[in-house]
Ligand binder design. Structure first.
Ligand code: CO8
Length: 260
């Protein structure tokens, strides 16, 4: 696969998608979002990829938002179309069957914060800065920020961040639950890979079913979510991994999962 604005590699079951426009602090122009979509579509069909890590090139920025220069002269129709397309690609990331970790290595502003929030969880470097600065540009978050931020950090916190274009530094991001871990820049990718490997040591089918149950439930009422959980809990017992996982427990050994 050929890409212009991302670096995509797969190694030992881990796909790393690096957004790579460092001169523009990895801002998302259309060509970059198209690259991301192509890689995400590939990942969704892959049987070899078990975990995905999304990061940005360089040590300054994860993604500094949608490309302001590209959209500055848009009218309502064009900008609405762009927002719907970008939001759709970001939702594809959220819906990937595999767990996705965002390794946020610097600015995660606007569309950058929004991409990171579509991951299952976020680790960041000490210099990371999160924010939704759109209202300062006379627009609002358009790649899912008004929806996902409130779900992640609560209504009041999300409203303050969005209404005031407030920058959230790494330590505050950790305090409000936007990231799970803050590490020095050099330790960011090793920490994300370590988290990926810990996930890969579990039953792969079970991990993907758990992701589906959590994501379906968060967007539904609890009764619907619990019903979905019971149904897919039952499905786990149709897998070889369930037989192996429980047998290994009883035989006091490590399970050897096959992902079937
Ligand atoms: N778009 C385009 N170019 C950018 C962007 C961006 N979002 N961010 C940085 N760049 C470019 C700069 O223009 C500059 O380019 P050049 O050297 O050619 O002038 C280069 O990157 C380096 O940036 P700075 O010189 O500004 O670097 P600083 O270290 O001084 O500042 C900041 C870093 C604070 C990150 C600053 O660049 C900044 O504020 N960037 C914009 C952040 C922002 O407002 N992001 C939100 C964008 S809007 C958005 O994401 C909406 C998403 C939904 C879209 C819906 C579509 C309709």
């Amino acid at each position: 696969m050929e890409f212009e604005n991302i670096i995509f590699k797969v190694e030992d079951g881990i796909a790393t998608l690096t957004i790579n426009r460092p001169k523009a602090l990895n801002a998302l122009n259309k060509a970059t979002v198209e690259d991301i979509e192509k890689a995400v579509d590939y990942i969704a069909e892959s049987k070899d990829i078990q975990v995905v890590i999304i990061t940005g090139a360089g040590e300054k920025s994860f993604v500094a938002g949608a490309d302001i220069k590209e959209m500055a002269d848009y009218g309502p129709a064009e900008s609405g179309k762009w927002a719907a397309y970008g939001a759709g690609v970001i939702t594809k990331i959220e819906k990937l069957p595999q767990p996705v970790i965002a390794a946020v290595n610097g600015f995660a502003l606007g569309g950058g914060c929004e991409i990171s929030m579509a991951a299952d969880f976020r680790y960041c470097s000490e210099n990371a800065i999160f924010g939704q600065p759109e209202v300062g540009l006379g627009i609002i978050p358009g790649f899912g920020g008004t929806q996902r931020l409130a779900r992640l950090v609560g209504l009041g916190m999300a409203k303050e961040i969005i209404y005031s274009s407030k920058n959230i530094k790494a330590d505050e991001a950790l305090r409000i639950g936007l990231v799970n871990k803050v590490v020095p820049q050099a330790e960011l990718m090793p920490a994300a890979i370590k988290a990926a490997k810990k996930i890969m040591a579990q039953g792969p089918v079970a991990v993907q079913i758990a992701k589906k149950a959590i994501n379906n439930g968060i967007n539904a009422d609890i009764i619907t979510g619990l019903a979905f959980e019971s149904n897919v809990f039952g499905l786990c017992f149709a897998t070889a991994d369930q037989k192996e996982g429980m047998k290994a427990f009883m035989e006091k050994r490590k399970p050897e999962f096959t992902g079937k």
